[in-house]
Design a protein around this ligand. Structure first.
Ligand code: COA
Length: 138
């Protein structure tokens, strides 16, 4: 994209938290985030000069399941096609690493107001509900 730099697997925990806080406020701890970055299959980050403006990541097992996480565009950069580009980068990763000729589920969890965004890229909701529990590690 014009004027932006796209990097693969360079997103740092600090950058992740900066973007997280730009859209959702207080994020997870730096220690948790560092561990998460280290175990992410694929990280995409987008820069305007040196400023981080967007990120997305893919987690999963490489064979059967890929899961999209943390697609975030800094508010003042939204609506310029960066989100579309991020999803494209993630899907290219699946194309390049999935076993040719097989079907692979690419999943994600989205708030209702973001579902139309993902529907543009072929994602659709099924009847499954997301269950979650915040577990306090002793
Ligand atoms: C959702 C988000 C990633 C979209 O990024 P973006 O850079 O603004 O999106 P783009 O400019 O690439 O838009 C791509 C297309 O999706 C559409 N779109 C974007 N957000 C949309 C929404 N909430 N609902 C419906 N359509 C949407 C755009 O109109 C555009 O359509 P077009 O190509 O037909 O013109 C961005 O709004 C964001 O970071 N939000 C806060 C974090 C968040 O909630 N992330 C999603 C986690 S599930």
């Amino acid at each position: 994209m014009n004027g932006f730099t796209v990097k693969h697997n360079e997103l740092t925990a600090e950058e992740f938290l900066e973007l997280w806080e730009s859209v959702w406020g207080g994020g997870p701890s730096l220690e948790q985030t560092r561990l998460a970055m280290a175990h992410t299959l694929f990280r995409v980050s987008v820069y305007d000069g040196k400023k981080i403006v967007a990120m997305a990541r893919m987690i999963g097992d490489m064979g059967l399941d890929y899961y999209i996480k943390d697609v975030v565009v800094r508010p003042e950069y939204q609506g310029r096609g960066i989100g579309r580009m991020l999803v494209g980068e993630l899907m290219n990763f699946v194309r390049d690493h999935g076993i040719s000729g097989t079907g692979i589920f690419v999943e994600l969890c989205a708030m209702p107001d973001k579902i139309p965004f993902y529907q543009k890229f072929g994602f659709d909701a099924n009847e499954a509900q997301r269950l979650k529990r915040m577990y306090q590690v002793p």
